[in-house]
Design a protein. Structure first.
Length: 231
């Protein structure tokens, strides 16, 4: 039996409606509550319906990400620095470290995203729901994903992402579509459902003339700063 209520309560308590997380208060008050909820989750997807598995895996990814941040906090970014330079090895370890047992395997964040969610569901909107604790990521929902409404939640996430000028914006004078590198890194996923990245964005974002494969695209710098609530 899936019970997302503890996770939902934690999100409601420590995440605001802009997706910013109060990591300091969460760490001091309820880090064990997150650990306990993660320990209560099923260790198999075998008996779950598709919507149940989808909601579980998205929630699991986001919760494990927060758990890893809480264990390291205070930090400014999940991209550590070494001698003033980005430490990409430490960054890789954040996503590749095995964290959770599922169906007999010890899985990392990368395993959840690239080994399960992307190939099994072929749902590009997950890239507007999975949050890696960075400002450049989609905004973290302050509510759990639930099986009976996960499709609607993903559609809302996509709309919110596309109408956030920090993530996507179109300059009609220059004829340039500026967008998050998420749409570049996972371009193959979006191209499964649209002929081009501008076409995909155009299903959510109105432009004159309409966005098309001929629209010039420039990708915005990615902000790896922690998605924490200002103090």
């Amino acid at each position: 039996m899936l019970n997302f209520t503890p996770w939902h309560t934690l999100l409601q308590t420590y995440v605001d409606d802009q997706g910013q997380v109060d990591y300091g208060r969460w760490q001091g008050e309820a880090a064990p509550a997150l650990d306990d909820w993660l320990d209560s989750l099923p260790n198999t997807l075998g008996d779950l319906a598709s919507e149940e598995a989808l909601a579980l895996l998205i929630n699991l990814y986001n919760a494990l990400t927060i758990q890893q941040v809480l264990r390291r906090y205070p930090i400014d970014s999940i991209l550590p620095r070494l001698w003033g330079q980005p430490n990409w090895l430490g960054f890789w370890r954040f996503f590749s470290r095995p964290l959770y047992d599922l169906d007999g395997k010890r899985l990392s964040l990368n395993d959840l995203e690239h080994g399960l969610l992307r190939p099994q569901f072929k749902e590009p909107r997950i890239h507007f729901a999975l949050v890696c604790a960075s400002t450049g990521c989609p905004s973290l929902r302050n509510e759990a994903y639930l099986p009976d409404i996960v499709e609607a939640q993903l559609e809302t996430d996509a709309h919110r992402f596309m109408h956030n000028p920090a993530k996507v914006r179109y300059d009609p004078q220059a004829g340039v579509l500026y967008c998050s590198k998420i749409l570049k890194w996972y371009g193959d996923d979006f191209l499964q459902v649209a002929p081009s990245i501008p076409n995909y964005i155009g299903t959510y974002l109105a432009a004159d003339p309409p966005l098309s494969a001929l629209t010039k695209v420039e990708y915005l710098p990615y902000d790896w700063s922690l998605n924490q609530r200002p103090t």
